[in-house]
Design a protein around this ligand. Sequence first.
Ligand code: G1P
Length: 288
Amino acid sequence: MSARKAIIPAAGFGTRFLPATKAMPKEMIPVIDKPLIQYTAEEAAASGISEIAVITSRGKAALEDHFDRSPELEEFLQAKGKTGLLEEVRKLSTLANFTFIRQPEMLGLGHAILMGEKFAAGEPVAVLTPDDIYDCPVPCTRQLIDVFLEKKATVIVLGRVDKEGTKKYGIVKVKRQLSDRLFEIADTAEKPGPERAFSDLGILGRYVFTPEIFGAIKRTPVDSRGEIQITDAIKVLLADQPVYGYLFEGKRYDCGNKLGFLEGTIALALKHPEFSSELRDLINQMLS
Ligand code: G1P
């Protein structure tokens, strides 16, 4: 079983970032000089993914344009001798083979992933949510793929969360711990809250699924909001096959909320070679 395909769900309204997202896809919000979804696609490509399906909806055309060639812009940059920028722009369409699939109605993350069933065509598939920027020594999705290849079973990323996190993320119940970072999963719950949470291990937006996930999604009941959650589909999948969780190594920024987005922007800017030391000085000045 190889893992060369990935789905990036990008169909949501981005309500947490309104009004910025009224006429612009949330996934196009830039962190420094790259839109969120570019970080996601770059992580997938660096993890060995060669085929990416982006799940979109109405008003998301900018996502297609971003990963397409732009001959006029390229000619312009060439004529001006801006070779660095030209390379940056060209590189985007060569990151992977991109497919764009519409989700006609927003019926939850599980339903969005189901839109990629034909694209997966019976192969394993990674899922990366563009809300999360991972900054890891080994790309986060690659960490999961390595476990996937060893276990030949679904692997989901885990991170320790606080009380608030139990309201924001899917939470797992551990069957057994196999090593410092690897867990076999017994059960899952979508955003259970602190009273009902099985553990402090949250599912943080990266998955590598066996092809059986699509059948599991179809058998998953809709939740109280009429949506199909991927966390609930994993529960269904668990009835048929083992699922593993991997405590990733590295740093993650939850750019799906304003504070996390600011944290991610500042943290990545402080590492940016172009202005890291100047920014440090500016922040120190502001705080003094
Ligand atoms: C989704 C999933 C949730 C997961 C989270 C990770 O929630 O439903 O299980 O923990 O992504 O970012 P959302 O952030 O779309 O509300």
